[in-house]
Design a protein around this ligand. Structure first.
Ligand code: SAM
Length: 313
C-alpha cells in the first residue's frame, strides 16, 4: 500500500536519517492495485489484507477498500495498522466494507510504547481500538512483537488487555527484517516461551493452526478472547503458507523472506495484458523459495533485501 509510516518501530524501520522511501512515482495507483487484485482473484486469491508501511497514511484508503471488496472472488478485506488514524477512520472503513482490523500494540506503558514505536501514541492507539469495536469491525485483533529485553515482561498485561475486551491477541516472533539491525536469536521470544507464561496464569486449550493461517490458536477456557502465536522463527509453517505479498511498488513476493522480487508494476505500466500478468504471477509463485525453516542464510548473517515496512508485514 505504502512503505511510509508515521511510526518508526525499532523492530521494523531503520533510523530516521537512514530511511530511503520508495520514490512516489513508483508507488502503485489505486487503479493499478485494483487491477492486480482482480487478476489475483481470478487465480484463486480470496482474502486480502491491506498493510504497509502504514496503510491509513494513503489518502482515501477507504475508497480502495470499497473497490477491492467488490472484486469477484474476494471474500474478505482486513487491515493491519498502527492505529494512529483509526479513531477517525474506523467508521468510514467499516462502511466501505472492511471486515476486520489488526492493531499493533507492543506495550501498554506509555513511555515504553514511545520508545518502541518512536511515537507518543499509546492513548490515541487505544482509542482507535475502542472505536474499531464500537463501529463493528470484526475481528478486531491486537498484534505484539515480543522482544526480549524490550517488552517480554508485558506478555500477561497485553493478554489481560485483550481478554478484557474479548478480542484476539497475536504474538509474532521477532524476525530478522528490522531496519536497525538489532535482531539476534537472543532477542527472539519463542511462541513456546510465551505459551508457557500465558498458560501458567490462564487455562487454555489448543485449537491448532487453520490451513493457510499464520497463527496457532489457543482458546481461553473462560471464553474471553483467544491467543495466537505466529512462530516463523521457532516453528515455521512454510509448507502450508499460501500467501503472496504485493509491495507498494508493485513487486510480488511469495514469502516475507523472498529475495526475488517479481515486478508486476513493470508489466502493467508497459501495456501488459491481464493474461500476461496472470501467467507471470503463476510463474512467480512456482518459484516460491523452499521456506525460512530450511534457509541456511537466515543463520549465516543474511543481507535482507528490504526492511519490513517496504515488504508489507
Ligand atoms: N503500520 C502497520 C502496523 O504497525 O501494524 C502495518 C505494517 S507492520 C510492518 C505489520 C506488522 O508487522 C506489525 O504488526 C508489526 O508489528 C510486524 N512487524 C514489523 N517488523 C517485524 C519484525 N521484524 N518481526 C516481526 N514482526 C514485525
Amino acid at each position: 500500500m505504502t512503505d511510509r509510516c508515521n511510526f518508526a518501530c525499532l523492530f521494523c524501520m531503520p533510523e530516521k536519517d537512514k530511511i530511503s522511501w520508495i520514490p512516489q512515482e513508483e508507488i502503485l495507483e489505486f487503479e493499478e492495485i485494483e487491477r492486480i487484485t482482480r487478476v489475483l482473484a481470478s487465480l484463486g486469491i480470496e482474502k486480502v489484507r491491506v498493510t504497509g508501511g502504514e496503510p491509513l497514511l494513503r489518502r482515501d484508503i477507504e475508497g480502495l477498500v470499497g473497490k477491492v471488496t467488490k472484486i469477484k472472488g474476494i471474500h474478505s478485506v482486513d487491515m493491519t495498522t498502527n492505529g494512529w488514524f483509526l479513531e477517525s477512520k474506523a467508521r468510514a472503513l467499516r462502511e466501505a466494507g472492511l471486515r476486520g482490523v489488526t492493531v499493533s500494540l507492543h506495550s501498554l506503558r506509555r513511555d515504553r510504547f514511545s520508545a518502541i514505536s518512536g511515537a507518543d501514541a499509546l492513548p490515541r492507539v487505544l482509542r482507535g481500538i475502542e472505536k474499531a469495536l464500537e463501529v463493528g469491525l470484526s475481528p478486531v485483533k491486537v498484534n505484539s512483537v515480543a522482544i526480549r529485553g524490550y517488552n517480554d515482561d508485558e506478555i500477561l498485561d497485553l493478554v489481560g488487555y485483550a481478554r478484557d475486551r474479548r478480542i484476539s491477541i497475536r504474538f509474532i516472533e521477532f524476525m530478522p527484517l528490522d531496519g536497525l539491525g538489532i535482531w539476534n536469536t537472543g532477542r527472539v521470544m519463542s511462541g513456546k516461551e510465551i505459551l508457557g507464561a500465558v498458560s501458567e496464569k490462564y487455562p487454555i486449550d489448543a485449537k491448532g493452526r487453520g490451513s493457510g493461517e499464520t497463527s496457532s490458536l489457543w482458546k481461553f477456557e473462560d471464553g474471553k478472547g483467544d491467543l495466537g502465536l505466529i512462530t516463523p522463527m521457532s516453528d515455521p509453517f512454510c509448507d502450508d503458507c499460501d500467501r503472496v505479498r504485493l509491495t507498494a511498488d508493485g513487486k510480488l513476493l511469495s514469502c516475507l523472506f523472498d529475495t526475488e522480487y517479481h515486478d508486476l508494476g513493470h508489466i502493467i505500466r508497459n501495456g501488459g495484458s491481464d493474461e500476461k500478468l496472470a501467467k507471470f504471477i503463476l510463474d512467480a509463485v512456482w518459484k516460491k523459495p523452499e521456506g525460512v525453516g530450511y534457509m541456511p542464510w537466515i543463520k549465516d548473517g543474511w543481507e535482507k533485501p528490504r526492511n519490513m515496512n517496504a515488504i508489507g508485514g
